[in-house]
Design a protein around this ligand. Sequence first.
Ligand SMILES: NC(=O)c1ccc[n+]([C@@H]2O[C@H](COP(=O)([O-])OP(=O)(O)OC[C@H]3O[C@@H](n4cnc5c(N)ncnc54)[C@H](OP(=O)(O)O)[C@@H]3O)[C@@H](O)[C@H]2O)c1
Length: 280
Amino acid sequence: MEYVTLNNGVKMPILGYGVYKVNPAECERCVLDAVSAGYRFIDTAQAYYNEEGVGNAIMKCGIPRSELFLTTKVWISNAGYEKAKASIEESMRKLRTDYIDLLLIHQPFNDYYGTYRAMEEACRAGYIRAIGVSNFYPDRLIDLCRFVEVAPAVNQVETHVFHQQEDARIIMDRYHVQHESRGPFAEGRKDFFTNPVLNEIGEKHGKTAAQIALRYLIQRDVVVIPKSVHRERMEQNLDVFDFVLDDGDMQAIEALDEKESAFFSHYDPETVEFLTGFGR
Ligand SMILES: NC(=O)c1ccc[n+]([C@@H]2O[C@H](COP(=O)([O-])OP(=O)(O)OC[C@H]3O[C@@H](n4cnc5c(N)ncnc54)[C@H](OP(=O)(O)O)[C@@H]3O)[C@@H](O)[C@H]2O)c1
């Protein structure tokens, strides 16, 4: 495994296992499979309703807690200092752990400053190792970085070969915020796995389109958290450290960038009304 070092010195694996849309009933089995395949970093969220499954798996997996890296995220409905504080305790109870490695604000809506203050406090108290944000695009990220005491360590944003986030990355680098990809395969949209460029490069290296897409992000120092409920794909997605994409490969994949979301825009009023609806 390769690691990135966050702005507070915490070491974070560059590749982990994401559990968005993993059915709560199946989550324990999936995380146990992932850990036995070699994953040591799990990304969940309050809004995924599967923190208990992750917690059960980390209790049963036989790997010391200190060798695992756990991320969860505070949801919009838990925004604000008091609610966020209580929700962090609830997340730790569900995750069956007395500390969280990385805690993120899930969305830049509702009272996220209040949320962030609760996270800073938890960080100072020693039960959160690093704090950060998700879906904070340059405007929100700059605003937050300017007015907080503990700088955000990570920003988890939609990033894949079709939406590479080069402009947002410039701002993340300026504020020493680690770029983490959410949805490294765009959830399979845009015929992701049959893309001719990814498959042609894959044939050259004896790898799949999925592995090429992950390797591309890793070579750009982006943390990736691919999701699969299938053990064989979990293994495949982890097997990306024994080859290197050359300059020609990197340029060909760079040219796939469409510079727009495969899902929705956080600036679209309809999207904002939909997401803020969870906070009412
Ligand atoms: N912060 C946020 O707002 C946010 C939003 C979205 C996601 N995330 C995080 O990012 C993680 C990853 O994103 P995601 O789950 O949305 O989607 P993703 O990882 O981009 O794609 C997952 C899809 O790809 C399929 N897949 C996985 N590996 C494959 C392979 N090797 N070959 C072919 N198909 C493969 C999976 O199918 P099977 O499962 O059937 O194998 C699933 O349909 C999430 O789990 C979550 O932790 C965060």
